[in-house]
Design a protein around this ligand. Structure first.
Ligand code: NAD
Length: 439
C-alpha cells in the first residue's frame, strides 16, 4: 500500500518506519526542513531504542522517503496518517491549529479517494472538524478515520510492531477494509482490532491516559500518606499489584508523571468536560496531586537543609521524563533543577540521552553543568537526587559514590535502592513513601 505519514516526530517516524518495514511504500512529510534533511541522510533525530537500525534499512531499500513537499506525499497515497502535534493551549485545551491547517491544505491536493487517518491525540469531535476542513476544498470523496496511538516512548518500536490492541474509529465500510488490510499483519487475533465510531475512538485515547495518570497520582497519595503513618509504599504495591482487577503496572510512587502526553491529555480532557458543562472532579485531583508531587523532592531537600541550600552542590541523575527516551517535555527534573538553582545551589546533571535537550531548554544558566558520566557529577556533591530510573542507575557502586561525594546523602525520587543496602552503605537516604534512613 502507498502510505503517507505527515509529521515525523515520536509517533510519525515510528509509524512510517514500522509500516515501511512491514512492506508498504511510505512517504514521510514534515514541515521542519532541518529535520527532513537529517532524516534524508539516515540520521534519526530522536532517541528511541531500535528505531535507527530499521529506519536506515527502509531508507536504504527505498521503502521510505522523506520530504517537506506535502503535494508529493499526497499524490500517490492511498492512506494518509496525521501524526501532528496537539500541544496544550494556555487554557489547557488541545491546540488543533496544526492539524486543522494541514487538513485545509490537503483538500485541494486530493486527486482520488483516500483515507485520512488521525493518529494525533485530539478532542472528541475533531474528526468531524478535519473532514469539514478537507471537504471545504475538494469534491473528491474521502474518509477520516480516528486511530489513536498508544505507543510508549522508549518502547515505541516494540509497541507499534506488537500492539496489545489497535483502536480504529470509522463508520465507513470502505475505510474499514483499507484499515483492516493495513493492520492485519500487526495483530495475532482479529479481536485486537477494536472497531468503534470516531468520537469513541477519540475519547478512548483520553480515557486511557487519564486512567493511567490517575493510577500514578493515586499511588503517590498512598506514598505520601505512608510517609506520615510509617508504612512502606513498595510493600503496598507488591500487596495490591497481583490482584488482576488492579494490575501491576503504573503502581510506582515517584516524582509525578511528565512527558508530552499525560499532562496535556488530562488537561485537555478536563477542558472538554468543562466545555460540555460537565464537572469531571476526579481529573482536577489527578492534576493537583501531580503538580504537588513534582515539588516533593525539592521540599524534602529544603527541609533537610533547614530551608537554606545556598551554595550547596547537587548531583542529579536523570533528566528525561522516563528512561529510554531523550524526551524532556514536562519532565519533573526541569522544575526541580530550576528550583534548586533559584535557591542558590549548583547542579551537576547526568542523563544518558537527554542532556542535549536539557542544555537547550535551560540555555546558559549559571550554576548548571553536565558531565559525561554518572559518577563524575558526584564529585564534591553535597547530595545526589535521583529523578529518572534509567537502568544504569539501578545498581551503582555505593563505595565509589561515597568516596566522590562530599556527604553521603541521597534523595531518591524513584525508590531505586533497597533500604537495607542504604543502611549498610551508611547513606542518609530519603525516598518516596518509605521510611527514611538517617543512620
Ligand atoms: P512531535 O512533536 O514529536 O512531532 C510532531 C511532528 O510534526 C514534528 O516533527 C513537527 O516538525 C511536525 N509538524 C509540525 N507542523 C507540521 C506541519 N504543518 N506539516 C508537517 N509536519 C508538521 O509529536 P509526537 O510526540 O509525535 O506527537 C504527535 C501526536 O501524537 C500528538 O497529538 C501526541 O499527543 C500524540 N501521541 C504522542 C505519543 C508520544 O509518546 N509521543 C503517544 C501517543 C500519541
Amino acid at each position: 500500500m502507498n502510505i503517507t505519514v505527515i509529521g515525523t516526530g515520536y509517533v510519525g517516524l515510528v509509524t512510517g518506519t514500522c509500516l515501511a518495514h512491514a512492506g508498504h511504500n511510505v512517504t514521510c512529510v514534515d514541515s521542519d526542513t532541518a529535520k527532513v534533511r537529517r532524516l534524508q541522510k539516515g540520521e534519526v533525530p530522536i532517541y528511541e531504542p531500535g528505531l535507527s537500525e530499521i529506519f536506515e534499512d527502509v531508507l536504504a531499500h527505498k521503502q521510505l522517503t522523506v520530504t517537506t513537499d506535502l503535494k508529493k506525499g499526497v499524490d500517490t497515497a492511498e492512506v494518509i496518517f496525521l501524526a501532528l502535534p496537539t500541544p496544550p493551549s494556555a487554557d489547557g485545551s488541545a491546540d488543533l491549529s496544526v492539524v486543522l491547517s494541514v487538513a485545509t491544505a490537503l483538500g485541494p491536493l486530493l486527486k482520488h479517494y483516500m483515507v485520512i487517518v488521525n493518529k494525533s491525540t485530539v478532542p472528541i469531535g475533531t474528526g468531524e472538524r478535519v473532514a469539514a476542513q478537507i471537504a471545504a476544498n475538494t469534491d473528491i470523496s474521502f474518509d477520516v478515520v480516528s486511530n489513536p496511538e498508544f505507543l510508549r516512548e522508549g518502547q515505541a518500536v516494540h509497541d507499534f510492531m506488537h500492539p496489545d490492541r489497535i483502536v480504529i474509529g470509522t463508520e465507513s465500510d470502505k475505510a474499514k477494509v483499507l484499515m483492516q488490510g493495513l493492520y492485519s499483519s500487526f495483530v495475532e487475533t482479529p479481536d485486537q482490532l477494536v472497531w468503534m465510531d470516531i468520537r469513541s475512538a477519540e475519547m478512548t485515547k483520553y480515557a486511557a491516559n487519564a486512567f493511567l495518570a490517575m493510577k500514578v497520582s493515586f499511588m503517590n497519595e498512598i506514598a505520601n500518606l505512608s510517609e506520615v503513618l510509617g508504612a512502606n509504599v513498595d510493600a503496598i504495591r507488591l500487596g495490591i499489584g497481583p490482584d488482576p482487577r488492579i494490575g501491576k503496572s503504573f503502581l510506582f510512587a515517584g516524582v509525578g508523571y511528565g512527558g508530552s502526553c499525560f499532562p496535556k491529555d488530562v488537561q485537555a480532557l478536563r477542558h472538554s468536560a468543562l466545555k460540555a458543562d460537565y464537572d469531571f472532579k476526579l481529573l482536577n485531583d489527578i492534576i493537583e496531586v501531580n503538580t504537588s508531587q513534582k515539588k516533593r523532592l525539592q521540599e524534602k531537600v529544603l527541609a533537610y537543609y533547614k530551608q537554606n541550600i545556598n551554595g550547596k552542590r547537587f548531583a542529579v541523575w536523570g533528566l528525561s521524563f522516563k528512561p529510554d527516551t531523550d524526551d524532556i517535555r514536562e519532565a519533573p527534573a526541569l522544575g526541580l533543577i530550576d528550583a534548586l538553582l533559584a535557591a542558590g545551589a549548583t547542579v551537576q546533571a547526568y542523563d544518558p540521552e537527554a542532556m542535549h535537550n536539557t542544555a537547550e531548554y535551560f540555555g546558559v544558566r549559571a550554576g548548571l553543568s553536565f558531565a559525561d558520566t554518572a559518577y563524575e557529577v558526584l564529585d564534591g556533591a553535597d547530595a545526589l537526587l535521583v529523578v529518572t530510573e534509567w537502568t544504569q542507575f539501578h545498581t551503582p557502586d555505593f563505595a565509589d559514590m561515597k568516596h566522590r561525594m562530599k556527604t553521603p546523602v541521597i534523595f531518591d525520587g524513584r525508590n531505586l535502592y533497597a533500604l537495607a543496602d542504604m543502611q549498610k552503605a551508611e547513606f542518609y537516604y530519603a525516598s518516596v513513601g518509605r521510611p527514611t534512613i538517617t543512620q
